[in-house]
Write a protein that binds this ligand. Structure first.
Ligand code: PEP
Ligand code: MN
Length: 338
């Protein structure tokens, strides 16, 4: 359930509602929207009507939420969330493009990629320092050295940064070097890690699991928010189906479905979804048309030499042309690309 407080409700009234709910065993989460405050309350919904909340001063209405996810639900907030990662806002009119190599491989590779994606209009730099690889013999990432390079690339270009963490130790390291933490598809249901990411307070990019339903994905976001961290951006990156023509099957209908059910922004990763360079541009266009708030695109200065995900990585030139196409599309769908 959420208790929507009216615009003029003061601190005392808010505290009174909070105390009453806590007295009856509800777990409370205060959500401050731009225009109003709502109190999310998780507990026994059979007793709600007996609490007399509607009559308490400052209460506008009570909204029961039947879905298993509460804090993530659109009803709990009544408006779309804007997630701030330093100077970048995700979920507003601007389409946010995250780009960079799959893995940080060297200083030269990362800095070249960073300069080129910035030049083309990306606002967030990605690069994996801890790579969850299918084979234990594949390149596993530069770890802390990679994080240092991300920080250096950010200092030089002004781009904000996102990197994937794979466990609590890598989260501890990464939080000091990057601006946003990515939870990868393989860890979407690592519930202890989700809680730790929630406690870190850092903005989170939460990818959809390889075989996760939309509800499971939203429950993963609920884990993060339930620890007090509301800064979650969801990323559709393709799911496993019987189809083998593409690496995964990009579930674009997930974008409007999630936006209907949740206040969180949703971005799309056409690189991992398709696994193929030539499919990245058409699926990027389709993602924006479907309402995505941004894109995550793998770009490598020399994709043929990439240590991971080369076949799906764009060259900087391809990325530049794609950005030009996206800039033409954006106004037609009421969005902007800076
Ligand atoms: C990645 O972004 O490099 C990555 C490993 O993505 P996913 O978790 O979606 O496979
Ligand atoms: Mn990758």
């Amino acid at each position: 359930m959420v208790v929507v407080m009216n615009l003029t409700a003061g601190t005392e009234q808010i505290n009174a509602v909070q105390q009453r709910l806590e007295q009856f065993g509800f777990e409370i989460h205060i959500i401050r929207g731009v225009n109003r405050l709502v109190i999310g309350a998780v507990g026994d919904r059979r007793i709600i009507s007996s609490l007399g909340l509607e009559a308490m001063p400052g209460v506008e209405k009570i909204v029961p939420i039947m879905k298993p996810f509460k804090l993530v639900s659109r009803e709990s907030k009544g408006q779309s969330s804007l997630i701030k990662v330093k100077n970048v806002i995700i979920g507003g009119d601007d389409v946010v493009v995250i780009a960079g190599p799959c893995a940080v491989e060297s200083r030269e590779q990362l800095l070249t990629a960073a300069r080129m994606v910035r030049q083309a209009g990306a606002v967030i730099l990605r690069g994996g320092a801890f790579k969850p690889r299918t084979s234990p013999y594949s390149f596993q990432g530069l770890e802390e050295e990679g994080l240092k390079l991300l920080a250096e690339a950010s200092a030089e270009t002004g781009l904000v940064t996102v990197t994937e963490i794979i466990d609590e130790a890598s989260l501890e390291l990464a939080r000091d070097y990057v601006d946003m933490i990515q939870v990868g598809a393989r860890n979407m249901q690592n519930f202890r890690l989700l809680r730790a990411v929630g406690r870190s307070g850092k903005p989170v990019l939460l990818k959809r699991g390889l075989s996760a339903t939309i509800e499971e994905w939203l429950m993963a976001a609920e884990y993060v928010i339930s620890e007090g961290n509301e800064n979650v951006v969801l990323c559709e990156r393709g799911i496993r189906t019987f189809e083998t023509a593409t690496r995964n099957t990009l579930d674009l209908s997930a974008v409007p479905v999630v936006k209907g059910q949740s206040h969180l922004p949703v971005i799309v990763d056409p690189s991992h979804a398709t696994g193929e360079r030539k499919l990245v541009a058409p699926m990027s266009m389709a993602a924006l048309a479907a309402g995505a708030d941004g894109l995550l695109i793998e770009v490598h200065p020399e994709p043929d030499k990439a240590l991971s995900d080369g076949p799906q990585s764009l060259t900087p030139e391809d990325f530049s042309s794609l950005m030009a196409e996206l800039r033409r599309l954006a106004p037609a769908i009421g969005r902007r690309i800076r």
